[in-house]
Every structure is written in structure tokens, then in C-alpha cells.
Write a protein of this length. Structure first.
Length: 412
């Protein structure tokens, strides 16, 4: 009994579930104020508001909608709105109130409300953001902190908004370039599977009544269909197991991440586009951080992860080590052997002229335009290749199935 009691004392108490409360009251000047607060109970809301010198007149518990997932686009849009409002002279807390009321996603509204409450109770904006690392990464928090310290928060938020919009735009272009061929391959795989499992077995039953030898292409396709029908569940299990194991290992193994990302960069045509997009993100991130006054070694902490490729993440860590021991950024980048010569030369000019942020911005602009051009070219190139692929694979199956019918017609 004593042991059980001791264990019960040591067991941590379960964290109470938060609820959303809508409140109304008067501040110390008598002005009517309203707001929302997440708390475990009404008494906590009352205590918090009393500390803020608010006389409560009404508190109502709200039903909390789960809302949709908060996307990177939601964060970029909020950053742009916050930057615009602060540049227009709207106070920070009022800016958050406007953002909360205007949010169409309940999840985003709750997130902004939590940040607003943290700021209202004395936290700096960067500290409030840092409590939500899923949505506000280290780069975001560092830039906001730099803006708060220098008194130029509106300028830094403007830079952040522009940065996020450009990064999202380039990611969108890569996704659009990859969507078309992947979609066609998936549809082709589904069509082939349906033919193998359902259509060709019907043809096989018809052919068996001919009593004649089938052409070699037809025999091959029928044998493939038989294999599909007998072992489809094994094939599906192998595909799921391979994809699942690669995905699981990729998330947990640095060596696998490095291998996959290195292979992706070596893919014909697509690899070149991904490399250009990666270099653009890398340059855009470092330019934004450096222009905000963040020291180079500290800025490189956020740059590698923002590039989106483990090869460049590893290279950035090596660059950071070299720069921290006295090497120039140009020499450190040359050592990694992953950056195009033009990028290294532009960085060298930037270092010599004291305009590194400007040069990196031009590098990012150049490679973003290159990605636009390459994506347009890829779409034009892929269309005839995909048509030939579909014609050979699916058309070949159809012809193989109709060959015995043509042969029978010739005999008759």
C-alpha cells in the first residue's frame, strides 16, 4: 500500500484540457474590450484578465472547431498581413486581433490567439513564435528577434514575407513539374493492372475456344496476366514494403537521406531543375539572414535546412565550420564542390565589395528564373516522351490481345 501511495505521488498530474473562452469587459479607462483566450477553466481566464486590469462583464465558453491543417501558405499570408499592418502603424496586439478575426482556418486563429496572449503577458514576439517550432522555424524566429533588437520589426517582417512567398513559389513550380509525369505513370500503372487482372483473363477464355496456336506476343501477355492474377497480393505487399521501408529509413538515417538526395540531383533533366531550385533557396535564405544583420556563422545555421536537400545541408555545415575557423565564404563554398562556378564567383564579388546580401539576392533571382525556364522546357519535352511510353506499353498490350483475332480472320 505504501509503495502504491508513493508511486501515486510521483506520477505527474494529467494536463487539463484547454477550452476556448470568449470574454468581454472594461479596461481601466472604462473602454469596452473583447477577446478570446484558451485556458483550462473560466477561473484561469478571470485571474489572467484581472492581472491585466480588465473588469470582466461576460465570459462564454466557445465550441472549438478542429479546423484544417495550418499550411506554409497560411503562415506566409499572415506574415505579409502582419508586416503590412505594422508598417501602417497598427499596434502589434491590434494587428494580431485583426489577423485572428480574419483567419478562415480555425486552427490558424487558435495559433495566433496563443501567440497574442504570450505577447500580452510579457513575452517578446520572437519568444512567442519560438514556442511553435512546427510553424515558425529557427530562421523565422532569428529574423524577428533581430528586428525587435534593431527596432525595425516591420522591415524584417516584410523581408520574411517576401522570402516565404518566393520559397513557396519555387516549391510550387517544382511540384507542378513533377505532378504531370507522376500522374501519368500512376494512371498507366492502374490501367495496366486492370487489364492484367480483369480484361486479359476474359480474352484468354475466348482464345481457349479457338483451338489454334496463339502468337508469341499474346502468349507472353497471357503469362504475365496469369502471374498478376495468382500473385497480385504478393506484388502489392512488396511494393508497399519497399516504399514504406525507404520512407522510414529516409526519415531516420542521415546516410539514406544523403544517398537519395544525391541520386535525385543526378537524375537527367529533373536533377538539374532540383539543383537550381536548391541553390536558389540557399542563396535567398542566406541573403535574407545576412541583410537582417545576422552574423554569417549564425546565419548558416538556418541556411542548410532551408535548402531542402541533405547534400546541401551537409555542405553548409562544412562551410560553417570553415568560416568559423577564419576561412572566407568563397573558399569554403569552393571546397564543398556542390555550388556552380557562377554562384561562387558572385559570392566572391559580394565579399570583396561588401555587398554579399545583394549578390546572393541576384543569384537567387537568376536561378529562380532558370527554374521557370527549365520547368516550361520540361513540360514541352515530357509530352512526346509520355505519349510514346503510353503508346508502346498500353498499345502493345492491346495489339497482343487482338493478334489472334486478326489471325483468325485471315484464315477465314
Amino acid at each position: 500500500m505504501a509503495t502504491t501511495t508513493a508511486q501515486a505521488r510521483r506520477a505527474p498530474a494529467a494536463k487539463p484540457k484547454d477550452h476556448l473562452f470568449h470574454w468581454e469587459g472594461k479596461d481601466k479607462t472604462g473602454k469596452i474590450v473583447r477577446g478570446e483566450m484558451r485556458a483550462a477553466g473560466e477561473s484561469i481566464v478571470q485571474a489572467t484578465l484581472r492581472r491585466q486590469a480588465v473588469t470582466i462583464t461576460k465570459i462564454k465558453k466557445q465550441k472549438m472547431s478542429r479546423g484544417h491543417k495550418i499550411t506554409a501558405m497560411d503562415i506566409a499570408l499572415f506574415t505579409r498581413q502582419l508586416a503590412t499592418m505594422m508598417r501602417s502603424g497598427v499596434p502589434l496586439l491590434q494587428s494580431f486581433d485583426i489577423g485572428i478575426k480574419g483567419a478562415t482556418n480555425p486552427s490558424l486563429a487558435r495559433l495566433l490567439n496563443e501567440i497574442r496572449n504570450d505577447v500580452e503577458t510579457g513575452s517578446s514576439l520572437s519568444q512567442a513564435f519560438s514556442k511553435h517550432p512546427v510553424y515558425f522555424d529557427k530562421l523565422f524566429c532569428n529574423l524577428v528577434a533581430a528586428g525587435e533588437q534593431a527596432g525595425i520589426l516591420d522591415n524584417l517582417l516584410e523581408r520574411l514575407a517576401t522570402y516565404k512567398e518566393k520559397i513557396l513559389a519555387i516549391k510550387g513550380k517544382i511540384k507542378s513539374a513533377m505532378f504531370y509525369p507522376i500522374a501519368v505513370i500512376v494512371v498507366a500503372a492502374l490501367v495496366i493492372s486492370v487489364m492484367m487482372l480483369f480484361v486479359i483473363p476474359e480474352f484468354k477464355s475466348v482464345f481457349s475456344s479457338f483451338g489454334a496456336d496463339l502468337p508469341a506476343p499474346t502468349l507472353i501477355v497471357v503469362a504475365m496476366s496469369d502471374f498478376f492474377v495468382d500473385y497480385w497480393y504478393i506484388m502489392l505487399g512488396i511494393v508497399v514494403a519497399v516504399v514504406g521501408s525507404i520512407s522510414y529509413t529516409y526519415k531516420r538515417s542521415t546516410a539514406m537521406q544523403n544517398l537519395v538526395d544525391r541520386l535525385v540531383l543526378k537524375l537527367p533533366v529533373v536533377g538539374e531543375i532540383i539543383q537550381k531550385a536548391t541553390v536558389a533557396r540557399w542563396a535567398r535564405t542566406l541573403s535574407t539572414m545576412f541583410a537582417a544583420g545576422v552574423p554569417l556563422v549564425e546565419a548558416l545555421d538556418s541556411v542548410g535546412g532551408a535548402s531542402g536537400n541533405h547534400v546541401y545541408l551537409t555542405a553548409t555545415k562544412q562551410i560553417q565550420t570553415d568560416v568559423s575557423t577564419g576561412s572566407s565564404l568563397t573558399v569554403a563554398m569552393q571546397t564543398t564542390d556542390v555550388f556552380p562556378t557562377m554562384v561562387v564567383q558572385m559570392v566572391s564579388i559580394g565579399e570583396e565589395s561588401g555587398q554579399l546580401d545583394s549578390m546572393l539576392g541576384k543569384v537567387a533571382d537568376f536561378y529562380e528564373e532558370e527554374v521557370d525556364t527549365a520547368v516550361a522546357g520540361l513540360s514541352t519535352l515530357l509530352e512526346p516522351i509520355i505519349m510514346v511510353f503510353l503508346g508502346v506499353v498500353i498499345g502493345g498490350l492491346v495489339v497482343a490481345m487482338y493478334l489472334p483475332i486478326f489471325k483468325l480472320g485471315a484464315v477465314v
